[in-house]
Ligand binder design. Structure first.
Ligand SMILES: Nc1ncnc2c1ncn2[C@@H]1O[C@H](COP(=O)(O)OP(=O)(O)OP(=O)(O)O)[C@@H](O)[C@H]1O
Ligand SMILES: [Mg+2]
Length: 1037
């Protein structure tokens, strides 16, 4: 009889991992009973609370006992260990299985959140699957009855890229197994291995076998496992021999792929968005869950998309069908995982609503055979009908024949006795057991290499023993003593390992790539216990020395991230270098991105090489500060630079686009190694993209001179996101009249506030771009410069210039602010005009400015204004931790303020002097006026204009000051972008410090020169003023 059963959901939070601990990550999750609260690390007041059926706090309050098992550290600890989780979830599954119900447990969560830990476990911390099997066998042994037979079958499938791989199959199935549908069984996997088991040890061995197969998956691409789903099925049958009755329970235990994969699927902005889904199964699972949740809430749903993916087909009965289903959502406690944690909990929350209809699977064996016979009769008559209808329907007939054969196979299987099948599997098991014993013996005798996988769950399964004498390491099996590694980018004869006189040495062969502890090897070296080896692109192994060298170390410390961090450090990118005092979560995130994407980039290069694609992929860290008009060091992200080695065309891909493309590349590569011809049209080729303009670098021109109506003539550098000089730009910022005439020096303002409410016109004159590296590399290229003015919505750009390293541009654009606000003045004071240099290449679309909606004055000048909000936002973005240089700069600004005060006083004096002069001249026009003028001229050696001459001098001083300040500010930006190299390398560090010292000295010198010049100029002006006073005194006396 059918009964309703709603899906129950549990949540588990794991401890911090080493990387999170090192980075001082904060825990953002709290649990009270079954309610879970997540708080936003950027705004602690922003919290979200969820309620689930079960919750497990496995984050803190535990210790490791001497067996290595994590257990609560006291009676008050709320730590949920593996046993607790099993007692709830595993035990319930078993209870239901004994009753004859199907059961499903799904583990859902982001990569590294603890799905496999919960389902399978690590070492002594066994997870639900082994514990459930162990418990099942124990209970069976305690419940032996004469007329009852227990049968247990074990199967292990992997779904990767929609293909089903049987992890227990002996032979390789290219293209994967077929998923078929029958009215009796629903969707099922054809030819799936169901291995009869009699003991827990057998299950353990099968798990090991299955996992080993996952590692050596046919493409040898190491990074696949966390993108695949694993379904373990335990079929438990209780056969009541007397009554010819069978009670059957299918227990599906599903370790899903990392949930964050979904967001790369159909990466935004990628041309190949439509055809791809990195994990179609995971996305469809989400859609099925949503549809079922809506149905449970009595909403109208037209269609539940089970058929859209392999996973949902196989889980159809678990979702809305005949299965008692549970989900465990695993989350990381760390602040950097906030977004993922939130999305996992939302997903889990939706799942709670699903209602299943369960029934006890109790069937007379005869009825099963009768059902299959009836189905076969129908299939036969369908085939006859098609045949009678003529030649059409070849495909359908083939399909029907398949189903017919499968049903017959099943009938034969039902009729084969359990004893016969068990006997067969027992023989195999004995053979495996022998190998297992042999391996243990070898461990005690020889040093060996042990595999380290990106998925820690799969590390340690492969042990390659280094026997005495010389061993050839590589793909080839033809050497008499060989270690065969079918790795990506591994040559037939890749390296030679020699085990002689209790020493092991390793020597790469020819050009073969071997990295030892992150450093490329070119000569023979002696291996030390716990050395890290990467062969080819990604075959990662830890060297375990002779038994006498071993100290019972915890090998799990040397995980995949450890290997990749070591490589990254050698490349000058280490986590410490990113932020020493306090590791910002975003800095840690970019570091993690770097070490996780890096192996994918290495693989992409290898695929490109093997498919003759001529593309080179390089991982870079892009500094987004380049778009901040205040030059602030804000966020970073990893990008992949793609270069066509033949045409030298360049593209820049976002991480999401790269991951998406890499997925398609793997798929194509799979076909290639399966021996299929790979021909792609451009539209579906992941290696092809239309040529596009490439962002080369950014230059900053500080705007403060506009505040004083001082023209600025500058040479500024375009710097790439790596801080390298890409070109030098000659640019002028010229305050002008509405008709475009440059303002004379007389118009220079001493006090910018005078401008408030006035009109301001200025020109951006882009003169030339010199020494363009992009063109030095290839003269068939071009450039364009693009910039934004304040918060004007459209960027402006120069016309393209092609084929010249020194491009003469001369493009003048005039802008008008109709009424200057105080906010605008503040903006000008602290911001720069940010100019982006774009590289054009043959066939790419040039950049154009959309000038349609632009408002212009009668004179044709572009009207701009500075919206209050934008300025306010930028003001709020001030650094919360001013650096030393910042303090210097703010001191400098204070000094400027002081000078401004001096100037204000001078101005007031000047105004009163002017009016006194005017009064004197009108009161008593005297013939010696000319002589006064002459005297003046003699005294100052300059021409006296209607404005007092020292005011002009002051303006000139300011002009010089702001021009040199522009340089100083750019130097400061450069300094703030500097990052120290790998600390372990003393030589590099020394060079870095020397260079840094020089730059700081130069910066200090420039700053001092700037200040001194201004002080001297002001002193001169003050002196001049005193002379005027004296003269004035003598004139008025
Ligand atoms: N509850 C826990 N207690 C202790 N360690 C844990 C726990 N959960 C996870 N870990 C550790 O975190 C690491 C990652 O866990 P796990 O392999 O289970 O992640 P996953 O969710 O299966 O990731 P993937 O999607 O990549 O397969 C492992 O080293 C594991 O030992
Ligand atoms: Mg896992």
């Amino acid at each position: 009889m059918l009964s309703a059963d709603s899906v129950k959901v549990a949540v588990r939070v794991r401890p911090f991992n080493q990387m999170e601990k090192d980075a001082g990550s904060r825990c953002i999750i709290s649990m009270v009973s079954n309610s879970i609260t997540v708080c936003d690390p950027r705004n602690r007041n922003n919290t979200k609370t969820f309620l689930f059926d079960l919750s497990y706090w496995s984050h803190s309050g535990f210790i490791k006992n001497k067996e290595g098992t994590l257990i609560p550290d006291g009676s008050t600890s709320k730590y949920a260990d593996q046993r607790r989780v099993f007692d709830d979830l595993g035990q319930e599954i078993l209870n239901n299985a004994w009753k004859g119900y199907n059961a499903t447990l799904l583990a859902y969560g982001q990569t590294g959140s603890g799905k496999s830990y919960t389902m399978i476990g690590y070492g002594p911390n066994r997870g639900i699957i082994p514990m459930t099997c162990d418990e099942l066998f124990k209970t069976i042994h305690q419940n032996q009855e004469p007329n009852k037979q227990y049968q247990i079958y074990f199967s292990m499938l992997e779904i990767y890229n929609e293909k089903v791989v049987d992890l227990l199959a002996k032979s390789k199935q290219s293209g994967g197994l077929k998923v078929r549908e029958s009215p009796q069984r629903g969707f099922y996997v054809e030819d799936q291995m169901l291995v009869p088991c009699e003991s827990y040890e057998q299950v353990q061995q099968l798990l090991k076998e299955g996992n080993t197969k996952r590692i050596t998956g046919s493409t040898n691409i190491n990074t696949i496992s966390s993108r695949s789903h694993m379904i373990i099925t335990i079929r438990f049958k209780q056969v009541f021999l007397k009554d010819h009755l069978t009670k059957q329970s299918d227990i599906n235990l599903v370790d899903l792929a990392g949930s964050e994969r979904q967001k790369f699927s159909g990466s935004e902005g990628d041309r190949l968005r439509e055809g791809t889904a990195i994990n179609l199964s995971l996305t469809t699972l989400g859609n099925v869950i949503s549809a079922l949740a809506e149905i449970a809430m009595r909403k109208k749903v037209l269609h539940v998309p089970y058929r859209n993916s392999t996973l949902t087909k196989l889980l159809q009965s678990a979702l809305g069908g005949n299965s008692k289903t549970r989900m465990i959502a695993t989350v990381s406690p760390a602040d950097i995982c906030y977004e993922e944690t939130l999305s996992t909990l939302r997903y889990a929350e939706r799942t709670k609503n699903i209602q299943n209809k369960v029934v006890i699977n109790e069937n007379p064996t005869e009825r099963l055979i009768l059902g299959l016979r009836a189905e076969n009769a129908k299939l036969r008559s369908a085939i006859t009908k098609i045949r009678n209808a003529g030649l059409r329907g070849e495909e359908e007939t083939k399909e029907l024949r398949h189903s017919l054969a499968e049903n017959e196979r099943q009938m034969a299987e039902i009729q084969t006795s359990w004893e016969q099948r068990l006997e067969r599997s027992q023989k195999e098991w004995e053979q495996k057991y022998k190998t297992l014993k042999q391996e243990q013996h070898m461990i005690q005798k020889f040093p060996y290499l042990v595999n380290v996988n990106v998925d820690p769950q799969l590390s340690g399964f492969v042990k390659l023993f280094i026997q005495d004498g010389e061993t050839i390491v590589g793909q080839s099996t033809s050497f008499s003593q060989a270690i065969v590694i079918k790795g990506f980018g591994v040559a037939d004869k890749h390296a030679i390992i020699t085990n002689l006189d209790n020493k092991v040495t390793l020597e790469p062969c020819g050009q073969a790539k071997v990295a030892l502890n992150g450093v490329l090897l070119f000569a023979k070296v002696q291996l030390k216990h716990l050395d890290r080896l990467i062969l080819g692109s990604n075959s990662t192994y830890l060297y375990v020395g002779f038994p006498c060298e071993r100290n019972g170390e915890d090998l799990s410390k040397y995980d995949y991230d450890f290997f990749q961090s070591e490589l990254a450090a050698v490349e000058g990118f280490d986590r410490d270098a990113l932020g020493k005092q306090k590791v910002d979560p975003s800095v840690l995130a970019v570091f993690l991105d770097y070490i996780r994407v890096k192996p994918l980039v290495v693989e992409a290069n290898q695929i490109s090489k093997e498919l003759n694609k001529d593309l080179k992929f390089e991982l870079e860290v892009k500094n987004l500060a380049l778009t901040d008009s205040r030059g602030h060091d804000l966020v970073k992200e990893v990008i992949v630079k793609v270069t066509n080695k033949m045409t030298h065309q360049v593209w820049v891909w976002s991480k999401a686009k790269f991951v998406n493309r890499k997925f398609i590349m793997e798929d194509i590569y799979q076909h290639f190694i399966d021996g299929e011809t790979v021909s792609l049209d451009r539209e579906s080729d992941p290696f092809w993209d239309p040529t596009e303009a490439v962002h080369l670098g950014t230059a900053y021109v500080w705007l403060q001179s506009l505040n004083y109506c001082i023209p600025l003539e500058e040479h500024v550098e375009f710097r790439s996101s790596q801080g390298e000089e890409e070109a030098v730009l000659q640019i002028n910022l010229v305050p002008c009249t509405p008709s475009g005439q440059p303002l004379s020096e007389d118009e220079i303002l001493i006090d910018p506030t005078e401008m408030v409410g006035q009109r301001l016109d200025f020109q951006v004159q882009i003169m030339q771009c010199l020494g363009i590296k992009w063109l030095k590399q290839n003269s068939k290229r071009g450039i364009q410069i693009q910039y934004n003015v304040f918060n004007h919505p459209y960027p402006f750009c120069t016309k393209p210039t092609w084929n010249t390293v020194n491009a003469r541009i001369v493009q003048v654009t005039q802008f008008t602010v109709k009424s200057v606000s105080q906010e605008l003045l503040n903006y000008l004071q602290s911001h720069a005009l940010v100019l982006d240099l774009w590289g054009l290449q043959e066939g790419c679309t040039e950049i154009s400015s959309s000038l349609d909606d632009i408002e212009v004055t009668d004179e044709g000048s572009i009207i701009i204004d500075c919206a209050r909000q934008q300025v306010l936002n930028n003001v709020e973005m001030d650094d919360d931790q001013p650096s030393e240089l910042h303090i210097k700069l703010s001191k400098l600004e204070q000094e400027i303020e002081l000078l401004r005060d001096v100037n204000r006083i001078l101005r007031t004096d000047n105004v009163s002097m002017k009016s006194a002069l005017r009064k004197m001249m009108s009161d008593a026009p005297r013939p010696d006026e000319k002589s006064f003028h002459q005297r003046n001229t003699q005294a100052f050696g300059s021409k006296c204009t209607p404005k007092a001459s020292y005011e002009v001098d002051f303006a000139k001083a300011l002009k010089t000051f702001y021009q040199s300040m522009n340089r100083v500010q750019n130097q400061l930006r450069g300094l703030r972008r500097q990052r120290p190299p790998d600390e372990n390398n003393v030589e590099t560090l020394r060079m870095y410090i020397d260079n840094q010292t020089r730059i700081i000295r130069d910066f200090g010198d420039s700053l001092e020169l700037c200040m001194n010049t201004l002080k001297n100029d002001v002193n001169l002006i003050v002196k001049k003023k005193k002379v005027v006073h004296t003269l004035w005194g003598s004139v008025t006396k």
